[in-house]
Design a protein around this ligand. Structure first.
Ligand code: AR6
Length: 171
């Protein structure tokens, strides 16, 4: 049984087997969580991302997929990079957002990670409304069979924390 926990804070300060990065398909860094992970994790993460681009992901990592690298100097064994969908009012991309959580858990399971920390994927630069993103995230984790023992959502601010808490408690 996987336990789901919530904390408010900076994901780069977390200790877990795997930290999930809200990346973009280039895998070469950006702002938000991505920028913070590369800044604090150091150049080893970017070096592995570049190697992945050169080998498996010449066209970039597709939206909804996930891939692991070293966590560099972060307090974790791996960073799992996943690419969330950009929010669209015209098109339902929920399945792609759910896929980020499912695929990250699949990769984490393959690695043997027991604890995985997630940010609220797509809710920053990619503009997904927090309440809806929280619903999709909690539902995706609850319905994905995994050997991961703890999934921790790391929410940057109080309103994000409260949105996740509401969905976790079923309110
Ligand atoms: N720890 C935890 N949560 C954070 C942190 C942090 N250090 N920093 C921001 N957040 P975002 P996205 C929250 O923009 O929407 C990048 O440029 C933030 O408040 O990081 O998936 C990538 O390269 C928000 O709630 O990711 C992509 O181009 C959530 O994390 C693009 O942004 C996600 O915000 C991805 O956009």
């Amino acid at each position: 049984m996987t336990s789901i926990t919530l904390v408010q804070g900076d994901i780069t300060r977390q200790h877990a087997d795997a930290l999930v990065n809200a990346a973009n398909s280039s895998l070469l860094g950006g702002g938000g969580v991505d920028g913070a992970i590369h800044r604090r994790g150091g150049p080893a993460i970017l070096a592995e991302c570049r190697a992945l681009r050169a080998s498996r992901y010449g066209k970039g990592l597709p939206t909804g997929q996930a891939v692991a690298t070293t966590a560099g100097e972060l307090d974790a064994r791996w960073v799992i990079h996943t690419v969330g969908p950009v929010w669209s009012p015209a098109e339902d991309r929920s399945h792609l957002l759910a896929s980020c959580y499912r695929e990250s858990l699949r990769v984490a399971g393959e690695l043997g990670a027991r604890t995985v920390a997630f940010p609220a994927i797509s809710t920053g630069v990619y503009r997904w409304p927090m309440a809806d993103a929280a619903r999709i995230a909690v539902e995706a984790v609850r319905t994905t069979p995994t050997a991961v023992e703890e999934v921790r959502f790391v929410l940057f601010d109080t309103s994000a924390y409260e949105a996740f808490a509401r969905h976790l408690s079923g309110r």
